[in-house]
Design a protein around this ligand. Structure first.
Ligand code: CUA
Length: 159
């Protein structure tokens, strides 16, 4: 079968692009620990503040040795505005929004997720080192988007 030279070049070019894209997905998943969301849980955004799952935002111990952080992302703050978690233990974040879409990024870590009204964003991270991190909203959510932030303190050392 005869294939024209330009046809061959386009085929190889397209093949290389596919390989680069698949490679980028594999690289970010393996080397940068970026994962697609896998948690599916719904909530009524209008009742999010009084929903029993979010009525008392904060940090609680889990029986499995990890901690759970329940947070509200709202215009234009995170509730609570400061959280303290232990280093070296799995931290499960559960975040929802009572208003519009927000972002939840713990700067300097791979904790980064979208907070979509109507859904509970859940993911688990372990912070190996003690330290302070800024939590920022990285989805434009309105006039106060740029002031929407919180503080995460990772506490370490011997108990
Ligand atoms: Cu919340 Cu931007």
């Amino acid at each position: 079968m005869h294939v024209d030279l330009y046809e061959k070049l386009w085929m190889w070019g397209a093949g290389v692009l596919v390989a680069v894209f698949v490679g980028a997905v594999v690289y970010t998943a393996a080397a940068q620990a970026i994962h697609p969301p896998s948690h599916m849980e719904t909530i009524d955004p209008a009742a999010a503040r009084t929903d029993p799952r979010f009525a008392n935002p904060g940090v609680t111990e889990r029986p499995d040795g990890g901690v759970e952080v329940v947070m509200l992302a709202q215009m234009f703050s995170f509730l609570p505005g400061e959280i303290r978690v232990p280093a070296g233990r799995p931290v499960t974040f559960r975040v929802t929004s009572p208003d519009v879409m927000h972002g939840f990024q713990v700067v300097g870590t791979n904790a980064n997720a979208m907070v979509v009204p109507g859904y509970v964003t859940e993911f688990t991270v372990t912070f190996p080192q003690p330290g302070e991190h800024l939590i920022v909203c990285n989805e434009y959510c309105g006039m106060g988007h740029h002031v929407m932030h919180a503080k995460l303190v990772v506490e370490g050392g011997a108990p």
